[in-house]
Design a protein around this ligand. Structure first.
Ligand code: ARG
Ligand code: GLU
Length: 710
C-alpha cells in the first residue's frame, strides 16, 4: 500500500512538473529542447521550427517596431499583433472625425490600408553561436582590461565580415551575462500599413482594472500588412505590393482543452533570474516598494483629476496607463516573491553553489567567493543604485515640467556655439514643436500637485548627500516660483520668447526657475550619483559574469537558459489554469458571457459598443464556438515577459491558436523566479479574433486570406 502511494505521488509530481517549463530558449539551439517539447505533445520536427535552409515557423515571426512581437498569417503579408502594440499607430491615425481608437478601423480593401511609415518589423534570418570566435586570443593570463579589448575587436571584425545591405543587419549580442555571444542576422521591412483594429471597448476591454489580471476578457489584437518592392524591403511607396513571406501561420479553429501543447515564439525583453539573494532582498524590501510608493502618489493625483474633467482624462490617459502598468506589475512581483519565500530559496541555491565550488580547488578559487562578494557589493553600492532608481522615478516619471524644462538646456547654455554653427533656428523650431505637443497634454495644476507630492517623498527616500543641496528645505519655495514664474510653463510666453530669441534671452533664461530646478536635479545625479553607480555596476557585471560562468561550468546538467535580451526565443508549456492560492481555482479560459457580466457603462474600463451588444444578443457567433461557447482568452504555462506581447501561441501542429498579451498578477514574479504552480501567460483566443474581424468588423475578406484549419 505504502509503495503504491509513493508511486502515485511520484506520478502526480512528475505529471505536474511536466506541465509548465521554465526558460526562454534560443531557437537555433533547438536540439537542446526539441525532444522535451515532443514529450509534451509537439508534432513538428526541429527543422520545421527553426531552419536557415528551408522555410520554418521562424519566418512567420517578427519583432514589431523594436518592442513587441507579431506574426504573419497570410501569404499576402498580413500580420497580427496586440491592440496595445498597435495603439500608437491607431492613435496617430485617429482624429475627432475618424476616432479609430473609439470606433475601430477596418480597411475594406487594400487601397484603404493606412500607411505607417514610422513603423518597422524585423525578421530573423539567422542566429549563430560565435562564442569561441569572440573569445579567440583570450587565455587564463589575459588581464580584464585586455580581455575587454580583445572581445571588442573580435566582435567588430566578425560583424564587418558579414554581408549587409540597407535592410540586413549583422549584430553580435552577449548572452548569459557575457559568457556567450550570438550573431543575429536580421532584416527590416519599413512599409507597414494599418489594416484593422477593434474599438478600445474590445481591444482594451477591462483597461487598467483588469491589466495583469485573470480572469480576462480583452480582445487585445490589431492587424497590419507588410508591403515590399519586388518582395524586397523598401521605404513606403504607394506602388509597393504585399510582401510574400517564406512562411505564414495557419490558424487553428479546432477545439482546445487543458493540457494541449503550446509554444510561444517571440521577442521577450529582459529577465533577471540570476540576481543574488542580496540583490533580490534589496529589490523586494527597498527598491520596488519605494518606486511603487512614488507611482502611487502620482496616480493618486492623476486619477481623481481625470475623473473630474474630460479634457484631463484624454490628456493623461496614456501617461496614466504607462505609470500604472509597471506600478501594478511590481506590486504583483514583490507579492509573489514574498509568498514564495524567494529570498530563502535563493539562499538555499547559493549554499548548493558554494558547496559545489568546494569540490574542486580550481572551482573553489574561481567561484567560491563570488556570491559573498555580490551580496557585499550590493550592501555597499546599493546606495547609489537606489538613488539612481529614485532619480529615474522623479526625473523621468515624476513632475513633467522637469524633463520638459531640461530640454531648453542646449539653447540656453550652448547659444553661442549653436550660433556659430548656424543651428539656432533648427533648435528653436524643435523647441516650438516640442512645446506645442507638451501643452497639448499638460495640466499645470495637476503637475504642481504631483510635484508637491513627489518632491518631499524624493527627499525622504534619497540620502541627503545624493540630493541637490538644500532641496528638502527649499522645494516649497522653488515650487511656487516655478509654477508662477517660469516662462517655459507659460504657453504664450514661451512662444513669444522663442519667436524673438537672442543672446540676451539666453542669458535671461538662465534664471528661469524651472530650468534652474531641472538642471540642479540632473547635475546632482550626474555628479553625485552616477559615478558611484557606474563603479558599482562595473564591479557587479564582472562578478555576475563569473557567477554565471560557475553555473555553466559546475552544473552542466541543469537546464540553463540565457536571460531574455530582446532576441528571438521559444518558450513551451501547455494550456493550463492555475491555483495560485489555497481554496482558489482559475479555469483556463473565459467566454463572451464574461464580457457581458463585467459590462458597466458607469466605468470607462467596462463600456461596450451598442453593436457588440446587438451581436451578443443575436448570438451570432458563426462557427467560432466550442460547445456553444465563444472563448475570449485562455491561460497557458509559458514563461513569457514584456516584449512577448503580440507573440503567437502555437499549437502542437504549428498552427496559431492565440495571441499572447499579458501574464496573471501572481505570476509576474517570473522575471526573477519561475514558479510552475502559478506562472501563466494570457492570450486572446484566435477564434475570438476571427469573430471580431469577420462579424463585428464585417471584414470577412481578411479571414478569407488566412489558412483556417477546422
Ligand atoms: N500588462 C500588459 C503589458 O505589460 C498590457 C499593457 C497594456 N494594457 C493596459 N491596460 N495598460 O504590456
Ligand atoms: N503586456 C506585455 C508586453 O507588452 C506582456 C506581458 C508580460 O510582461 O508578460 O509585452
Amino acid at each position: 500500500m505504502k509503495k503504491i502511494t509513493a508511486l502515485l505521488s511520484l506520478f502526480l509530481t512528475l505529471n505536474f512538473t511536466a506541465f509548465s517549463v521554465e526558460g526562454m530558449w534560443i531557437p537555433s539551439l533547438i536540439d537542446m529542447f526539441h525532444s522535451d517539447m515532443k514529450t509534451m505533445g509537439l508534432k513538428l520536427s526541429a527543422e520545421q521550427i527553426y531552419s536557415t535552409n528551408n522555410s520554418s515557423l521562424k519566418d512567420a515571426i517578427i519583432q514589431f517596431n523594436g518592442g513587441c512581437t507579431g506574426e504573419i498569417v497570410s501569404d499576402q503579408g498580413l500580420l497580427l499583433t496586440n491592440h496595445h502594440c498597435g495603439f500608437d499607430a491607431i492613435q496617430k491615425h485617429s482624429s475627432l472625425e475618424n476616432d479609430y481608437l473609439k470606433n475601430g478601423f477596418w480597411a475594406k480593401s487594400k487601397s484603404e490600408e493606412l500607411a505607417c511609415p514610422w513603423l518597422r518589423v524585423t525578421f530573423v534570418k539567422e542566429i549563430r553561436d560565435v562564442t569561441e570566435l569572440v573569445f579567440k586570443g583570450i587565455t587564463a593570463e589575459t588581464s580584464p582590461a585586455e580581455r575587454a579589448k580583445i572581445i571588442q575587436k573580435n566582435i567588430s571584425a566578425l560583424e564587418s565580415a558579414e554581408e549587409k545591405t540597407a535592410s540586413i543587419t549583422a549584430k553580435i549580442k552577449p548572452f548569459n551575462l557575457e559568457n556567450q555571444y550570438f550573431m543575429l542576422i536580421t532584416e527590416d521591412y519599413n512599409d507597414i500599413r494599418l489594416v484593422g483594429a477593434p474599438p478600445s471597448a474590445i481591444g482594451k476591454y477591462g483597461g487598467d482594472t483588469d491589466n495583469w489580471v485573470w480572469p480576462r476578457h480583452t480582445g487585445d489584437f490589431s492587424v497590419f500588412r507588410i508591403y515590399a518592392n519586388n518582395n524586397e524591403s523598401a521605404a513606403y511607396d504607394k506602388a509597393n505590393t504585399p510582401y510574400k513571406p517564406a512562411h505564414s501561420l495557419p490558424i487553428s479553429c479546432k477545439p482546445k482543452k487543458e493540457g494541449d501543447f503550446t509554444m510561444v515564439y517571440g521577442f521577450p525583453g529582459s529577465t533577471d533570474q540570476h540576481y543574488s539573494s542580496g540583490k533580490l532582498q534589496w529589490i523586494i524590501e527597498k527598491e520596488r516598494p519605494a518606486r511603487i510608493d512614488m507611482r502611487q502618489h502620482s496616480l493618486d493625483v492623476i486619477k481623481p483629476a481625470m475623473n473630474a474633467d474630460d479634457l484631463t482624462r484624454i490628456q493623461y490617459a496614456s501617461k496614466q496607463a504607462r505609470i500604472a502598468n509597471a506600478w501594478k506589475k511590481w506590486i504583483g512581483q514583490i507579492g509573489g516573491l514574498k509568498e514564495l519565500g524567494a529570498i530563502e530559496k535563493k539562499k538555499e541555491w547559493e549554499e548548493e553553489y558554494m558547496a559545489k565550488a568546494g569540490e574542486q580547488s580550481e572551482w573553489k578559487a574561481k567561484y567560491y567567493n563570488v556570491i559573498g562578494d555580490l551580496n557585499e557589493l550590493q550592501a555597499q553600492g546599493g546606495k547609489f543604485e537606489f538613488a539612481r532608481s529614485m532619480f529615474i522615478e522623479y526625473f523621468y516619471v515624476g513632475p513633467e515640467f522637469i524633463r520638459h524644462a531640461f530640454g531648453y538646456y542646449n539653447l540656453v547654455y550652448n547659444y553661442e556655439k549653436l550660433e556659430t554653427e548656424g543651428k539656432v533656428e533648427e533648435e528653436i523650431n524643435k523647441l516650438i514643436k516640442g512645446s506645442e505637443s507638451f501643452f497639448k497634454n499638460y495640466n499645470k495644476a495637476v503637475d504642481q500637485a504631483i510635484y508637491n507630492e513627489l518632491t518631499p517623498l524624493y527627499c525622504d527616500y534619497v540620502e541627503t548627500d545624493l540630493l541637490p543641496l538644500g532641496l528638502a528645505e527649499s522645494w516649497e519655495r522653488d515650487g511656487e516660483a516655478i509654477f508662477e514664474k517660469s516662462v517655459i510653463l507659460d504657453p504664450e510666453g514661451i512662444k513669444s520668447t522663442l519667436s524673438k530669441f537672442s543672446a540676451k534671452s539666453a542669458k535671461k533664461m538662465k534664471n528661469d526657475p524651472a530650468l534652474k530646478f531641472a538642471l540642479s536635479v540632473y547635475q546632482t545625479f550626474v555628479n553625485k550619483v552616477n559615478s558611484g553607480y557606474q563603479a558599482f555596476a562595473a564591479k557587479e557585471e564582472k562578478l555576475m559574469q563569473t557567477y554565471v560562468e560557475g553555473i555553466l561550468v559546475m552544473f552542466p546538467d541543469k537546464k540553463n537558459w540565457a536571460d531574455a535580451n530582446s532576441t528571438m526565443r521559444i518558450t513551451y508549456g501547455k494550456i493550463e489554469g492555475s491555483s495560485p492560492y489555497d481554496g482558489m481555482k482559475y479555469t483556463h479560459y473565459t467566454t463572451i458571457d464574461g464580457i457581458m457580466q463585467k459590462h458597466d457603462e458607469s466605468n470607462p474600463d467596462f463600456q461596450l459598443t451598442s453593436r457588440f451588444e446587438e451581436l451578443y444578443k443575436k448570438k451570432d457567433f458563426g462557427d467560432y464556438t466550442q460547445d456553444g461557447d465563444l472563448w475570449v482568452c485562455f491561460t497557458a504555462s509559458n514563461h513569457t515577459t514584456g516584449g512577448n506581447s503580440g507573440s503567437p501561441v502555437i499549437d502542437a501542429e504549428g498552427n496559431l491558436s492565440g495571441i499572447n498579451f499579458d501574464r496573471s498578477w501572481e505570476s509576474t514574479m517570473s522575471d526573477f523566479m519561475f514558479d510552475s504552480r502559478r506562472c501563466r501567460n494570457i492570450a486572446v483566443d484566435i477564434r475570438y479574433v476571427l469573430w471580431v474581424i469577420d462579424k463585428y468588423g464585417e471584414a470577412p475578406h481578411l479571414v478569407e486570406e488566412m489558412n483556417i484549419i477546422k
